[in-house]
Design a protein around this ligand. Structure first.
Ligand code: OOG
Ligand code: NI
Length: 484
């Protein structure tokens, strides 16, 4: 729906993502190196693909234009107000909250959602997504840490006045901005997610929170919600992992997600470890002048903070609820057999365990383990015969070459992988070496929906809908009813 005079949301998202990528490259130069590694591997993989591989066994591919742009980032927010405002920012970019991720199972006082485009056509143009975490202060046992976090978060303002003005303007214009307005909006929005060299907290406040859990210090002590990684998508993560090691990066010891397969499913991820970045802290607290956190800039001290890292991902097919249950079961069986083993041994255990997970597209589809998009081919259905025993009409049409099935790409995240990424990048233990104990470890979808003030779209409904829409189109074209 192009409106005269307004910038298309897909276009604006691409501009924003490119600007964010340029910003992150300047802030974390290793990210630039990572992009180069991934680009080289993707080009090589696409070249090899243009050879002759049996279709049934080729991995999930995507058009190279989308691939070059494709990134996901992650931010950690402190309050419902911050989350609501971030929702408004991403809304202008055509990104909406999808999915609920509980991180309390791993001892993190947080839960998350993902902002991304909802339309397949928008995903194809630019699938930029942001994994967005919100602090759950109510889970913190330490009253001191909870109160201090809330005090710091209550004082900070991570959005500029100009940005808030642009958001109101967009909302009065049906969520759209004109070209000149967009030119103001993008840098102002970007500032929210940039690295601020001066912390909002004093050094002693920072240390109190860090001693409780490093994630608290990261969420509550800064003047912005710095983007903590920006991830390109690779077509061959195993090759990219080796290339990262060869380039001398401090790479995480193993790839998260399913083991290497012929038919990739879900998401495989790895990262280089967080860097020590220099940051200045005030030494006196802000009780004197709370409106200007820099009012005592004569007493800044230099220290460092570790939060930002680099990550790569390889995306596979989206799995159904049944497929996900099988994935979760095999993963947890593998993990329970892997206590105290090396990363290499863990990989072998997982590969062994996952032999139970079918690894060809036809079986995956027939057993309804993956979601597919269906399409009519050029070939006409001669006469659609009544079903042969044991095969559905749909499978028969696929066998006859009338209908083609393509696995739908997984566009979301995995909570266990996210936790693995979190943990490899923060010391997950407090200063005294004890793990952070939460008041309770349980998901709170309603709590996150109340905080964000909107419903989160259900991930399975989204894939189910995409599959059903494609089936409806096939039926209409072949003049069948869905019951057939
Ligand atoms: C988010 C980590 C999760 C992923 O790709 O699973 C994530 C964070 O560290 O803030 O980005
Ligand atoms: Ni990530």
């Amino acid at each position: 729906d192009k409106l005269a005079g307004f910038v298309d949301a897909d276009e604006l998202r691409t501009k924003f993502a490119l600007a964010m990528s340029a910003m992150y490259r300047a802030e974390v130069p290793l990210y630039g190196d990572l992009i180069n590694i991934v680009r080289a591997i993707n080009e090589k993989t696409l070249d090899e693909d243009s050879g002759s591989k049996p279709k049934d066994f080729s991995a999930i591919r995507t058009n190279s234009e989308r691939l070059t742009l494709e990134r996901h980032g992650a931010i950690r927010l402190g309050t419902p107000y911050e989350l609501q405002t971030v929702r408004r920012i991403f809304g202008v970019l055509g990104m909406y909250p999808i999915g609920y991720y509980d991180l309390s199972v791993a001892g993190l006082p947080m839960h998350a959602t993902c902002f991304r485009p909802r339309e397949v056509s928008s995903l194809d143009r630019n699938p930029f997504r942001v994994f967005t975490t919100l602090l759950r202060p109510e889970l913190l046992v330490s009253e001191e840490a909870r109160n201090l976090s809330l005090e710091l978060l209550g004082q900070r303002e991570i959005f500029t006045d100009k940005l808030l003005e642009m958001l109101s303007t967009a909302e009065l214009q049906n969520g759209r901005l004109t070209e000149p307005q967009a030119e103001v909006f993008i840098p102002e929005a970007l500032l929210t997610f940039s690295w601020r060299p001066v912390a909002a907290a004093t050094f002693s406040q920072y240390n109190v929170l860090k001693a409780e859990h490093p994630i608290l210090a990261d969420v509550a002590c800064f003047q912005g919600a710095h983007i903590n990684h920006l991830t390109p998508r690779t077509l061959d993560i195993s090759a990219a992992q080796v290339a990262m090691q060869t380039a001398g990066m401090a790479v995480k010891s193993r790839i998260e997600g399913p083991p290497r397969r012929k038919c990739p499913i879900l998401l495989r991820q790895t990262s280089f470890l967080a860097l020590e970045e220099s940051v200045k802290f005030r030494t006196t607290d802000s009780t004197g002048d709370t409106t200007n956190p820099l009012s005592t800039d004569t007493s800044l001290i230099e220290a460092s903070h570790k939060a930002r890292f680099g990550e790569i991902e390889e995306r596979g097919a989206a799995v159904t609820i049944k497929g996900r249950e099988l994935y979760d079961r095999l993963l947890s069986e593998g993990m329970s057999r892997a206590v105290g083993v090396s990363p290499g041994q863990l990989d072998s255990i997982m590969e062994e365990r996952f032999k139970e997970y079918p690894d060809d597209w036809t079986t995956l589809r027939r057993e309804r383990l993956i979601y597919c998009e269906f399409q009519c081919t050029e070939k006409n259905a001669q006469n659609i015969a009544p079903e042969k025993k044991g095969t559905s009409l749909l499978e028969q049409l696929i066998t006859d070459g009338v209908v083609e099935a393509t696995p739908i790409t997984y566009e979301d995240f995995l909570p266990f992988s996210a936790v693995g990424i979190f943990q490899s990048n923060l010391q997950s233990r407090g200063a005294d070496g004890a793990a952070l104990v939460l008041k309770q470890a349980a998901p709170d979808l309603k709590g996150l929906e109340d905080s964000i003030q909107t419903k989160l779209m259900d991930v399975d409904e989204w894939y189910g809908h995409a599959q059903t829409q494609s089936l409806k189109a096939v039926c209409a074209q072949l003049e069948l009813t869905m019951e057939d």
